[in-house]
Design a protein around this ligand. Structure first.
Ligand code: ADP
Ligand code: MG
Length: 347
């Protein structure tokens, strides 16, 4: 049986459609990420699942039960807010014990559970500390411990690492992924950051213009974005106007290219968009190959581990991230390139 079903949810905000016929099924133990830009309605959808907001149409079904008339505190769902919402001027222990008190657990049960949660998030011995004395990263862990303590049926995390600085985020991201897997909780993680979604989730659901435009594993989404919008959102830039020709080929400013046989194409003559995934582009300053293209290096942008090399090929531009150490091109260089057919996609 489907564990959680989001069924045809509609929501408008100030007459603008925010969620239109949004549906998704989630299995028990699965971690799903709602991924989309700021303002796309992710938090609103999460609040609807939690019961903090009512949809205009549609329903949320948890383990076969329609939650429409089940109040927030009886859903067994815990929502961890973006700003953690810890009780200030209370100890770490008191914060973690909060949900357990609400469940009327005994004092000894609460103590044991609180200590187990502190160990889980790597904060043994922090129980008596006041939360206002903690660093951002420590607060984030306390919030996670507090959310997991009552053993929620479903855990909802809204931008769980949103207010931390970058280094701390990267470090805590690995930990958060490990903790969620270890506990085996069913969870929804809302984020605008694909790295967060990819690291945490079994499946990613991309929200755009009030709908889920693609749902798939991180790898499926990364290798086969469903629309030009998804491709751009994931950071792909090599999108070119193109036209389908015969023999499973498309023609664009890069010439006429054979497409991978698993990419389905419309009839010859159809206009669309060609995506060139950057890992399929090879360049070299050696002898011109029998096939491929000649390009000029127009720009190089240093990014740290990689350098983004921009190429002009006739009318077209392509960007290729190359390892910073090991490639030595200069702006103005004329180079030769090849495209791996596996890296071509069609919209
Ligand atoms: P996200 O979490 O993806 O950034 P939200 O669900 O928070 O998106 O909001 C989506 C849009 O709806 C935003 O443009 C926001 O301004 C608007 N919105 C929704 N509910 C409210 C509300 N209660 N108050 C103010 N703005 C809201
Ligand atoms: Mg939000």
């Amino acid at each position: 049986m489907t564990f959680l079903a989001i069924e045809s949810v509609f929501k408008t905000y100030e007459n603008k459609p925010l969620l239109q016929d949004v549906s998704l099924e989630i299995e028990r133990g699965e971690i799903v990420s709602f991924l989309g830009p700021s303002g796309s309605g992710k938090t609103t959808l999460l609040r609807i699942v939690a019961g903090l907001e009512k949809p205009e149409a549609g329903r949320i079904v948890l383990e076969g039960r329609d939650l429409s008339h089940v109040p927030v505190h009886r859903r067994g769902i815990v929502l961890m807010f973006q700003d953690y919402a810890l009780f200030p001027h209370r100890t770490v222990e008191q914060n973690i014990a909060f949900g357990l008190r609400m469940q009327h657990q005994s004092r000894s049960e609460i103590k044991a559970r609180t200590e187990a949660m502190l160990a889980l998030v790597g904060l043994e011995g922090f129980g008596p500390r006041n939360v206002v004395e903690l660093s951002g990263g420590e607060r984030q862990r306390v919030a996670l411990a507090r959310s997991l303590a009552p053993e929620p049926r479903l855990l909802l995390l809204d931008e769980p690492l949103g207010s931390l600085d970058r280094r701390l985020r990267e470090w805590l991201l690995d930990e958060l992924a490990a903790i969620l897997r270890c506990v085996g909780v069913t969870a929804i993680v809302v984020t605008h950051d694909q790295a967060e979604a990819f690291a945490l989730a079994d499946r990613v659901a991309l929200l755009h213009e009030a709908r889920f435009v693609q749902v798939g594993t991180p790898l499926e989404v990364w290798e086969n974005p469903a629309t030009p919008w998804v491709a751009r959102f994931l950071g792909y830039t090599n999108l070119l106007p193109a036209c389908v020709t015969t023999d499973h080929r498309v023609t664009s400013a890069l010439g006429t290219l054979a497409m991978p046989c698993n990419v389905s194409l419309p009839d010859a003559g159809t206009q669309g968009t060609l995506l060139v995934l950057p890992w399929g582009i090879r360049i070299s300053d050696g002898d011109p190959p029998g096939s491929g293209f000649t390009a000029r290096v127009t720009q190089q942008v240093f990014q740290g581990r990689t350098t983004m090399v921009r190429l002009q090929i006739g009318e077209a531009t392509l960007s290729v991230p190359l390892p910073t150490y090991g490639s030595a091109f200069r702006e103005g260089d004329v180079v030769h390139g090849w495209l791996s057919p596996d890296a071509l996609r069609w919209f």
